[in-house]
Structures are given as structure tokens and as C-alpha cells.
Design a protein around this ligand. Structure first.
Ligand SMILES: [Zn+2]
Ligand SMILES: [Zn+2]
Length: 640
């Protein structure tokens, strides 16, 4: 008998050779129906893999990320099967599961594969799936594997890099593929399929190699899930920040200025300024001091910091001056500058912590293929800050930073997030700089801070930077997509490299600990995420134009101007649409610009000293006095 430990800690005994599916069946038939994959001692296996020693077992369903992975990986087999049925000469290469769905890279040879071909593949995949064939994984010798794939140079290359004895094939129905495993029990579970895209991709990601066609697909256990997913994609398209940014007049790019260098238009600049003011106010309360540093720095600065070694060759190249040999770099990071700011004075332990904040613009040369709207750019402004403290202050400082990040998230409507703590690899401590004692202090400080703040945390060992552990925040947006936002990072390296010090209570010089943090990440990326999260319907306090006045004819323009002045006197900013257009058209226009308050004024309103109020989205608030309107807006603005 062997002992099987389940995730709830319970231990069950089975005959050696029991499979994950057997375990599921022994618990309940309902569970067995839902189990599609399993982890045995942390390794993903087939549900039919015999277990012969004591083990921990986790049964996976569609609701587990790894369950989905097995589902999509198996669906890639169905995709490959359908492709070779229609294109017998196509050469298969690799086909993994990805975050949403799967792809297969295929060499179609002389034939083309385009959108018009998607439907027949989808149909065939479902036809084949309905046969409900089992996925069978079995070992193959290297010689046999090579024989099987003679004529397919891609699979041949893959097999040649595998060890004889560790090669497996997977068969279902009439189709076989080279595969390491991790499948669902049978094809019948796949009930809905969509081919999403076909794009060029180089074999092994190398431009020198042949270009293949990467066929992207997604599949689900229910048709309803696919419908929901496609609706989500549709909604995501509507919310694409590049599209919204253009419609709302937030930002633009110019080839003349340069790729990846965003130009903020007045409305976008206004929003950004509001975000900066909001954070600045919160930081002031938390004891931060604003600093300002230049956009360039002497090359030596970045040699000292180590950034030259990291960014030097692959980023913007040094700026030369008329002085022979003198070189400056566009700054890739603000930290080195802030270290020098700290150094401007000798501090005592009583002066610490020092908290320097700056909206600091940095420049990094991203590959042009990587550039994407505001989320991947070559020049961006971090809402950066560096905190310098004694090791004893670290826990308190860390908690304060978490508070600030949580305040930012809740103020901006990101309620759903998870955090990841990245710690040292305990088996490989040599790769990290700094003493054991400091690392333990820092790691304990992060864990304790996260726990005291009640964060939902995943701990990842070996994910820390070589210079210190960190805490990352991943938010889920309105469409359930995950975005990495703020990071809080402990750093022992830079204070040493810059020989920073403070005088301790013992009258000796000590090295401070440094915390890097940026709740937004960067202004560019944050605005992009905010646009996609809110679909451009920002909380009122962030909206560049709170209202638009719509006089129903020229006669009421004067009254409109009066209303506008009245609101602006209370610091409520907006627009007036005096065009000679029908009111219906003006409303549609204001709806597209997502302006929260539409204020309609005509004869009745001018006579009564009132305004008819319509909210973005169509809600009719009826007629109210100017004073009532003002009070209402002020109250809504005050929420933050
Ligand atoms: Zn497979
Ligand atoms: Zn930094």
C-alpha cells in the first residue's frame, strides 16, 4: 500500500499503481467527472499515470490554471490533427498551451493558411473531439522517433536534443505527436473551439530561420464559455487604450519625434497631472519629500550603479560632449540620482528614514517589435521613490509603503489584486549579495508586513533580485485581465555601491537599506491600464472635463456662458458646445467623448435659472438649479 497525501492534508491508502483518476473515483464520481489533470509531487502528469510510491497528489479541474493548461495543450493536439488532415504536407513543429488558449507553429510549405481556412479547422477539430478518443502517452526510442519524423527537420532537431529513454509520443484517434505529456483524459471534453489568429513566427524565434505560421486557438468545455470569451475579446477591443486614447484625445505618437516616445495631448496631460497631484498629496502625508533630477547623467554614475552593465550596450548610446572622452547617458533609472541626493548630507540614525520621491522620466531602448501603445514605450515617467532607512526601520517602512499602494488602488477602483513575495533561493544563497542576517531581516519584514496588512500572497522562492527581495502587486481589471502594477523592492546593493552611510547610535557609520517603490509603475502604463479598466469612464475627480454645456440654440449661448462661469468659479472645469448643431447630435458627440455631465439649456432653463442634466450613459437627472448642480458635483468630486 502507498500513502497519498491530498491538498487538505488528509492521507489515504491505495494499492501501488493507483492513478490520479482512480483516486478521484475513490472519492466521488462527481469529482472524477471533473478531474482533467493532476499534480503528483508537484509534477503535472496524465490522469492515467500509475503512482507507485508515497506521494502528494493534487487533482486538477478546469477551474485550476494547470487544468486549463492541460486542456489547451491537449487541444493543440486536436489542432495539429485537423491541420495534417487538410494539409498532409504541412510540417508540425511545436504547439504549447499559453495563458489564454494554445498555438501550433506549422510549416505549410507551398500552401497558405488564412482566415478563410479557420472555420473548416474548427469544424474538423470538433468532429474529431466528439470521437472521444483517449490521449495515450508512451515511450519511444530515439531511433524510432527519428524514423517517424524523417523529412520533418523541425521535429528531428527537437528529438536530437532529447535524451534517448526520455522521449515520449502521445496518440489520440489516428494522430500521434512528439510530446512530453500533460493531457486531459480524452478528446470528448473539448466542446467548443475557436481559431483566433494566424501570424508569422520564426522557428526557434530566430529571424535567420524559416518563417512558420503560428496558428492561435482557444477551446472550452462548454459552448457558453467560448461565447463569453469572445464577448470579452470584443469588449477588450473596444477598450483598447490605443483606440480610446485617440478618441478621447489623450496621446499621440509621431514618427518624426520617434517610435515609442508618447506625446501627451492636453486632455491626457490634464489626467496625468491629476494623477500626479493625487499621489503627491498622499506621499506628502506619508512623509515623502519631492526631489528633481536631470534626464541625463554621467556615464560613471551608471557604471557605479551597475546600470551601465545592464542597459549600456542594448539601450540608447552615450551622448558625447565637445570634451574628449566625456560621455553622458539618458537615464535608464532614477535610483542612482537619488543615491547622490542622499549623499548630499551626512545623516544620523535620527534623521532616517529619508523618503525621496520624483516623477522621474527614464529612457530605455525597447525593440521596435515590442513597442505597444503606452504599455511598452522608450521614454516613460516613473512615479518613483527611494526610501533610505536603518535595518530596524525596514518593517515599519515596508508597511507604510503597502498602505500607500493599497490607498492608490482603492482610490482608483482596483479592488481585485494579488501579491507575490519574491525571496531568495534557499539552496543557492551565493548568487545574492548582502549578509545572511540582512536578508533574513528583509525577507521576514516583507512577509510580516504582507501578513499584517492581510494581503493575499503567493511566495516564490528564487524569484528575488540578486540585491534584495520584493513584493509585486498584480491587479485584475474589469475584464478579469491581470496586470502587474506596483513593486516594492528592498535593496542592499546600491547603498553599498554608492557608499551611503548614516551615523548610528553607536557613533559608527552604517550602511542604510534602500526601498524602491512605484505604485503606478509608470504614468504611461498606468494611464493605459486605467483606460482599459474604466473604458474611459474615469472617476469624476480624474475626468479632464466634468461637464459640457449644450445650448439648444444660439439664443441661449449667453446663458450657457453664465452657467460655465458659475461652475468654474467653484473649480469645476468643463466645455461648452456652441456649434450650430441639433441637440441630439451634440449629445451623441458628448457621449463619445465620455463627458460625465451634459447640461442642456434652453428657454425654460434660462427663464428659471436652472439646467437640465443628463449623465453620460443616458441617465436623465431632470431640471435643477445651478446651485443644486454645483453641490452635487462637488460632493461627487470629494469622494477622493
Ligand atoms: Zn501533448
Ligand atoms: Zn529605484
Amino acid at each position: 500500500m502507498i500513502n497519498i497525501t491530498l491538498p487538505d492534508g488528509s492521507i489515504r491508502q491505495y494499492e501501488s499503481g493507483i492513478t490520479p483518476m482512480g483516486i478521484a473515483l475513490s472519492i466521488s464520481e462527481g469529482l472524477a467527472r471533473n478531474v482533467i489533470s493532476a499534480l503528483v509531487n508537484g509534477e503535472q502528469v496524465e490522469t492515467t499515470t500509475p503512482i507507485t510510491t508515497d506521494a502528494t497528489v493534487q487533482l486538477l479541474t478546469w477551474n485550476d490554471d494547470l487544468g486549463k493548461k492541460a486542456f489547451w495543450h491537449s487541444s493543440a493536439h486536436l489542432l495539429a490533427q485537423a491541420i495534417v488532415e487538410f494539409y498532409p504536407n504541412a510540417k508540425l513543429t511545436i504547439g504549447p498551451a499559453i495563458e489564454n488558449g494554445f498555438y501550433y507553429d506549422v510549416d505549410f510549405g507551398e500552401e497558405s493558411f488564412q482566415e478563410k481556412d479557420f472555420e473548416k479547422i474548427e469544424k474538423r477539430m470538433l468532429e474529431n473531439a466528439r470521437k472521444n478518443s483517449e490521449f495515450k502517452l508512451y515511450p519511444v526510442s530515439k531511433a524510432d522517433a527519428l524514423k517517424e519524423y524523417a523529412g520533418n527537420e523541425y521535429k528531428t532537431e527537437l528529438i536530437e536534443n532529447l535524451e534517448d529513454g526520455a522521449i515520449t509520443f502521445c496518440s489520440h484517434d489516428n494522430f500521434t505527436d512528439l510530446c512530453r505529456g500533460g493531457h486531459i483524459p480524452s478528446t470528448g471534453i473539448v466542446k467548443a473551439v475557436k481559431i483566433l489568429n494566424a501570424a508569422g513566427a520564426y522557428w526557434r524565434g530566430d529571424e535567420k530561420n524559416k518563417q512558420l505560421v503560428r496558428v492561435y486557438g482557444i477551446s472550452f468545455p462548454k459552448q457558453k464559455d467560448l461565447t463569453e470569451y469572445l464577448n470579452l475579446l470584443e469588449e477588450a477591443k473596444k477598450r483598447d487604450h490605443r483606440k480610446l486614447g485617440k478618441e478621447l484625445g489623450f496621446f499621440t505618437f509621431s514618427e518624426k519625434v520617434g517610435q515609442g516616445l508618447p506625446l501627451w495631448l492636453p486632455k491626457g496631460a490634464a489626467l496625468r497631472k491629476k494623477l500626479e497631484n493625487f499621489l503627491m498629496k498622499a506621499q506628502q502625508k506619508a512623509g515623502y519629500e519631492m526631489v528633481i533630477s536631470p534626464h541625463i547623467g554621467h556615464k560613471d554614475l551608471y557604471v557605479t550603479s551597475g546600470h551601465y552593465a545592464k542597459y549600456g550596450a542594448d539601450s540608447f548610446q552615450p551622448i558625447h560632449t565637445p570634451n574628449e572622452g566625456e560621455e553622458f547617458l539618458l537615464k535608464p533609472m532614477n535610483c542612482p540620482h537619488h543615491c547622490e541626493i542622499y549623499k548630499a548630507e551626512q545623516w544620523s540614525y535620527r534623521d532616517l528614514p529619508k523618503r525621496y520621491a520624483e516623477f522621474g522620466t527614464v529612457y530605455r531602448y525597447e525593440q521596435s517589435g515590442e513597442l505597444h501603445g503606452l504599455t511598452r514605450v522608450r521614454g516613460f515617467t516613473q512615479d518613483d521613490a527611494h526610501l533610505f532607512c536603518t535595518p530596524d526601520q525596514l518593517l515599519e517602512e515596508f508597511k507604510n509603503v503597502i498602505d500607500l499602494v493599497l490607498y492608490v488602488f482603492s482610490s482608483l477602483g482596483f479592488e481585485d489584486f494579488v501579491t507575490q513575495v519574491s525571496l531568495r533561493d534557499p539552496d543557492n544563497k551565493e548568487k545574492y549579495i548582502g549578509s545572511d542576517e540582512n536578508w533574513e531581516k528583509a525577507e521576514n519584514a516583507i512577509m510580516q508586513a504582507a501578513e499584517e496588512k492581510g494581503l493575499k500572497t503567493v511566495v516564490e522562492y528564487g524569484e528575488a533580485a540578486f540585491y534584495g527581495p520584493k513584493l509585486d502587486f498584480m491587479v485584475k481589471d474589469a475584464l478579469g485581465r491581470k496586470w502587474q502594477l506596483g513593486t516594492i523592492q528592498v535593496d542592499y546593493n546600491l547603498p553599498e555601491r554608492f557608499e551611503l552611510s548614516y551615523i548610528g547610535a553607536d557613533n559608527q557609520a552604517h550602511t542604510p537599506v534602500m526601498i524602491h517603490r512605484a505604485p503606478f509603475g509608470s504614468m504611461e502604463r498606468f494611464v493605459a491600464i486605467l483606460l482599459e479598466h474604466t473604458a474611459g469612464n474615469f472617476p469624476l475627480w480624474l475626468t479632464p472635463d466634468v461637464f459640457i454645456i449644450l445650448p439648444i440654440s444660439e439664443k441661449y449661448q449667453e446663458y450657457g456662458e453664465k452657467l460655465s462661469k458659475f461652475l468654474e468659479n467653484s473649480d469645476i472645469r468643463g466645455l461648452i458646445d456652441n456649434r450650430n448643431e441639433k441637440t441630439g447630435k451634440k449629445i451623441r458627440n458628448a457621449e463619445m467623448k465620455k463627458i460625465p455631465y451634459m447640461l442642456i439649456v434652453g428657454e425654460k432653463e434660462a427663464e428659471n435659472g436652472t439646467v437640465s442634466v443628463r449623465k453620460h450613459g443616458g441617465e436623465d437627472l431632470g431640471e435643477m438649479t445651478m446651485e443644486e448642480l454645483k453641490e452635487r458635483i462637488i460632493k461627487e468630486l470629494e469622494v477622493n
